[in-house]
Design a protein around this ligand. Structure first.
Ligand code: AMP
Length: 283
């Protein structure tokens, strides 16, 4: 695997390549990330991965400074798996040599809800860095995890609406044995918090079961799920049962018609904010 730090070196490595498959990450790689690399390999060749902790997508009180930066062990993991041909690991000056005055801002009806409501500017930061990285890598395919469900939709819509020639491929969420979705932020959890963390996935599964059994009131399902977590000491940002295709709340007709739904959740355990989601169908 070639490790490059500049856009010029990256372009040198990729000259003439027509089927580049790309996986952007913020590093501190885990099995979820490695699954994306494997999927990328199935969709193109060569695979380019990037590691860049993007300041623009962090709020002023968020964890930019303490976000785990583990480049040496990340490189070891990628070398072991042999799916990635070029790792692009730029520093901030390379990607933001001057203040970023042009930014991509998703409209409020997708970028302002859920994560966008609780993390103002988050999807602007994500969309802007993804466009910049796509411009550096010029991939035919890029793989994003369903773990960040709304992000996947934002990126997909950005590509469509800017007519970018990159196909966005989704990757199923990779979980620990107890159900907790793998995340670089899981490393912030204390031992007790780590033991409690799978409750988030459990309540999502409870919503799925109740829905399959014929529950028809989305608000009641959301409130019950939030109450369970709150009783266990979580601080819930949202638990939202939405339509898969546009993340809007389902109508009574959707509930009758079996429209594909997804429950998205964000909640804090101590200082650590976790997100997860689960796709489901009304029964
Ligand atoms: P991050 O490094 O957290 O910005 O994530 C980089 C990419 O990995 C994004 O497309 C995420 O959705 C994806 N990802 C993170 N965790 C998981 C997971 N547990 N399963 C699948 N994809 C994931």
């Amino acid at each position: 695997m070639k490790v490059v730090h500049t856009i010029e070196e990256l372009r040198d490595q990729l000259r003439g390549q027509l089927r580049v498959s790309f996986v952007p990450t913020m590093g501190n790689l885990h099995e979820g990330h490695l699954a994306l690399m494997k999927t990328a390999r199935h969709h193109g060749d060569p695979v380019v991965a990037s590691i860049f902790v993007n300041r623009l997508q962090f709020g002023p009180n968020e964890d930019f400074d303490r976000y785990p930066r583990t480049l040496a062990s990340d490189i070891e993991k990628l070398e072991r798996d042999r799916n990635v041909y070029v790792l692009f690991a730029p520093d901030e000056k390379e990607l933001y040599p001057e203040p970023q005055q042009f930014r991509v801002q998703p409209a409020d009806d997708l970028g302002g809800m859920l994560e966008g409501e609780f993390r103002p500017g988050f999807f602007e930061g994500v969309s802007t860095i993804v466009l910049k990285l796509f411009s550096c890598v010029q991939p035919q395919v890029a793989v994003f995890g369903k773990k960040d469900y709304q992000q996947l939709m934002v990126v997909r819509k950005m590509c469509r609406q800017f007519q970018l020639p990159t196909q966005i491929v989704p990757q199923e969420t990779v979980r620990a044995e107890d159900g907790l979705a793998l995340s670089s932020r899981n490393g912030y959890l204390s031992a007790d918090e780590r033991a409690e963390a799978p409750a988030l996935y459990r309540v999502l599964n409870d919503v799925k079961t109740r829905l399959a059994q014929g529950a028809r009131d989305p608000l009641a399902l959301e409130q019950e799920a939030a109450a369970v977590l709150q009783q266990r000491g979580w601080q819930v940002d949202y638990i939202a049962l939405r339509r898969q295709h546009d993340l809007n709340a389902p109508t009574a007709h959707d509930m009758q018609a079996g429209t594909p739904l997804v429950t998205l959740a964000a909640a804090k355990l101590g200082r650590t904010r976790l997100i997860d989601n689960l796709e489901m169908l009304p029964g």
